[in-house]
Design a protein around this ligand. Structure first.
Ligand code: MSP
Length: 507
């Protein structure tokens, strides 16, 4: 094995079923994990559910269930959904699991010993829906209402345990300037984090009382539970804090969205510094999906919930949905809009017209002119050499792009190469070449087929199901990223249309 790669997603609240936002982050993490496996790294990919929120107690009560019964149902919905969408997580953490709870208590006990966690009193404006205190200034800006659900903020006073966050501000700033041990990306999010730290950091409460027994008790003080956010952040470490998995720490990428940047870019690394643990190499914070031009909301009726996601998967296939999410999503600092028209446009142009069509044409032409057998290739052919070079350059560039988290650029480049192969096929016109020089036609078809194979090998992490079919058709299952692995004489297999063109009228 080469180096290791540890990637995580946020762990999702179990008070609701998964929606497009959850599936998006998890799919992007899955694609990263699959690329690193393709590059022969020792990968650990973790996702899961965050279960100790107070909302869970309320939601369970409304349904006449215990909090754990309600959490069980929704955690199962997340796990099942991820399976349906070909997510290859190595483990699924639930914060109610004993393995996690025990470790959280160990971490808190250690911080109490070092004095980084201490007992005190806190008074402030509390957003009950989000389970977080907002600063006095922010509360005023929000007109003392939750910016998320509009409900009044509560003035709350509690005895709490606090984490000495203020102590770690200089070290965090230094690390964020250096960027070689710990980094926040994209750049705009890093700047945001630096500015926020420069405004000054207060010590933060890390416990709650009155949670009705739902949560992880503070060691030695069972009236207090570990604040759900602190409990949740620890999952990234607790699940690999075993003799078999310790080598995966620190995480290479914590993939999150901008809504939870503060906790991941400030609180979490500071807690790790206090625990004397190495820091995650990158916290990558993407933006948000909107839907049909507006913020997703249940009341607007534009919410892309599980039923809608499954409907897309049923009509277009899971791979098509993964492709759309990966190439058109809000991976950078801009939000992206999910609309049916855009989806169909991308499906038809990238998948039906470019990728699916290239396979059709290659297998059709080899079928017609070479009895369905991959023809011989003249390595001296200038056309062959040019294609070999551009494709090989791409093959070399992709791992670098993936390592730099330039995921969208990498995928766009692959599809552009598929487009190039299509246009070169048109330009070379092997059906004409057949008449004058069948050897030339053979080379054209071999080279384009080999280009298609290599693009397909590299597209596997995004579209695991369809690429498997393409490789089987080419008799190239299990082949790697070296030019020339496609064997002349291989009999191509028959196949149906890979991505049938979607006509609007068919709806
Ligand atoms: N439980 C916390 C996270 C704890 S991590 C230690 C939480 N859960 S959540 O269920 O609300 O999930 C938030 C995450 O879901 C976002 O950070 C993002 O990954 C994903 N998304 C939720 N809505 C989204 C969009 N509209 N668009 C893209 N991703 C979004 O916060």
């Amino acid at each position: 094995m080469n180096s290791k790669f540890y990637v995580t997603t946020p762990i999702y609240y179990v008070n609701d079923k998964p929606h497009i936002g959850h599936l998006y982050t998890t799919t992007m993490a899955d694609i990263l994990a699959r690329y690193h496996r393709l590059f022969k790294e020792d990968v650990f990919f973790l996702t899961g559910t965050d279960e100790h929120a107070a909302k869970v107690v309320e939601a369970a009560k409304e349904r006449g269930l215990t909090p754990l019964q309600w959490a069980d149902q929704n955690a199962a919905a997340f796990a099942e959904t991820f399976q349906k969408f070909f997510i290859t997580n190595n483990d699924f953490v639930r914060t109610t699991q004993e393995r996690h709870q025990k470790k959280v208590q160990d971490y808190v006990a250690k911080l109490m010993q070092t004095g980084d966690v201490f007992s005190g009193e806190y008074e402030g404006w509390y957003d009950a829906g989000q389970e977080e205190y907002v600063t006095d200034n922010k509360a005023k800006d929000y007109d003392y209402k939750s910016p998320i659900n509009g409900k009044p903020l509560l003035r709350k006073k509690e005895r709490n345990y606090f984490f000495r966050l203020s102590k770690y501000a200089p070290k965090l700033l230094e690390l964020l300037e250096k960027r070689n041990e710990f980094d926040v990306q994209p750049e705009a999010r890093r700047n945001e984090t630096i500015n926020r730290i420069k405004e000054g950091l207060n010590d933060v409460p890390i416990s709650r009382s009155g949670t009705g027994g739902w949560g992880i008790p503070i060691p030695g003080d069972p009236d207090q539970n570990v604040y759900v956010w602190i409990d949740a952040l620890f999952n990234y470490l607790s699940i690999v804090d075993t003799p078999q998995r310790r080598h995966y720490w620190p995480a290479d990428v914590h993939l999150i969205a901008k809504d939870i940047l503060w906790f991941h870019a400030v609180i979490w690394p500071a807690m790790l510094l206090a625990l004397e643990e190495p820091l995650p190499r990158v916290v990558y914070s993407h933006s948000f999906w909107t839907s049909e031009g507006q913020k997703m909301s249940k009341s607007l009726g534009n919410f892309i919930d599980l039923d809608k996601i499954e409907d897309y998967a049923w009509r277009f296939g899971v791979d098509a949905l993964r492709w759309f999410l990966a190439t058109n999503g809000p991976f950078e600092t801009m939000d992206s809009d999910f609309s049916e028209n855009k989806f169909i446009g991308v499906y038809n142009s990238d998948l039906a017209n470019d990728y699916g069509n290239l396979l059709n044409r290659i297998s059709g032409l080899i079928g017609k002119y070479f009895n369905g057998e991959v023809p011989e290739y003249d390595t001296a052919s200038p056309f062959g050499q040019v294609i070999k070079e551009t494709i090989s350059e791409m093959v070399e560039r992709i791992p670098k792009k993936i390592n730099n988290l330039e995921l969208q650029e990498a995928l766009v480049e692959m599809m552009r190469k598929v487009g190039l192969l299509n246009s070169q096929l048109e330009f070379q016109a092997p059906w004409q070449q057949m008449k004058q020089d069948p050897k030339l036609a053979a080379t054209t078809l071999y080279v384009v087929a080999e280009g298609l194979r290599l693009c397909t090998v590299l597209l596997q992490p995004v579209m695991p199901e369809k690429t498997k079919i393409v490789l089987e058709v080419l008799g190239a299952a299990g082949t790697g990223t070296k030019w020339g692995e496609l064997k002349s004489g291989t009999k191509l297999k028959t196949h149906g249309p890979l991505f049938p063109r979607f006509e609007m009228e068919k709806q």
